[in-house]
Design a protein around this ligand. Structure first.
Ligand SMILES: [Mg+2]
Length: 125
C-alpha cells in the first residue's frame, strides 16, 4: 500500500517539527511541510496529500483562508483537514469547522491527540 501523505501547514518550524515527530509513530506515513497557506497550495498543486493539519495564525495566508480555498477546489475538497489552534480560540475553531474543517488539535500539542486525529481522519488503526 502506498504511503499516506500528511501535509503540515504551520509557520513555526519548531511546531512543525513537533507535529512531524508525533506522526512518525504511524507506519506508512510520509510528511510534507509548508510554512503558510500559499506554500501549502503550491505543494498540493504538484503532490497528492491524504490529510492536512493546519495552523490558523500564519503570515501570507492563514488557516481559515486555506480551509475555505481547499473546500472550494474540486480537486482538493475531499481531503480531510484538522486545524491546530491555541487554547481559548473557540471562535477560530468554530469558524474553521463551519468552513469545512473536520477536526481540531489544541496547542500545546499532545502527541496522543495528534495521532488519534490523524488515525481517525486517515481511516487507519
Ligand atoms: Mg502560527
Amino acid at each position: 500500500m502506498a504511503d499516506k501523505r500528511i501535509l503540515i501547514v504551520e509557520d513555526s518550524p519548531t511546531m512543525r517539527q513537533l507535529i512531524a515527530y508525533s506522526l512518525k509513530r504511524l507506519s506508512g506515513v510520509s510528511i510534507v511541510e509548508a510554512g503558510d497557506g500559499v506554500e501549502a497550495l503550491k505543494k498540493m498543486a504538484t503532490e497528492t496529500v491524504d490529510l492536512i493539519l493546519t495552523d490558523i495564525n500564519m503570515p501570507i495566508m492563514d488557516g481559515l483562508k486555506l480551509v475555505s480555498l481547499v473546500r472550494g477546489d474540486a480537486r482538493l475538497r475531499n481531503i480531510p483537514i484538522a486545524i491546530i489552534t491555541t487554547e481559548g480560540a473557540a471562535e477560530d475553531r468554530e469558524r474553521a469547522l463551519a468552513l469545512g474543517a473536520n477536526d481540531y488539535i489544541v496547542k500545546p500539542i499532545q502527541s496522543g491527540r495528534v495521532l488519534a486525529v490523524a488515525r481517525e481522519l486517515l481511516g487507519i488503526s
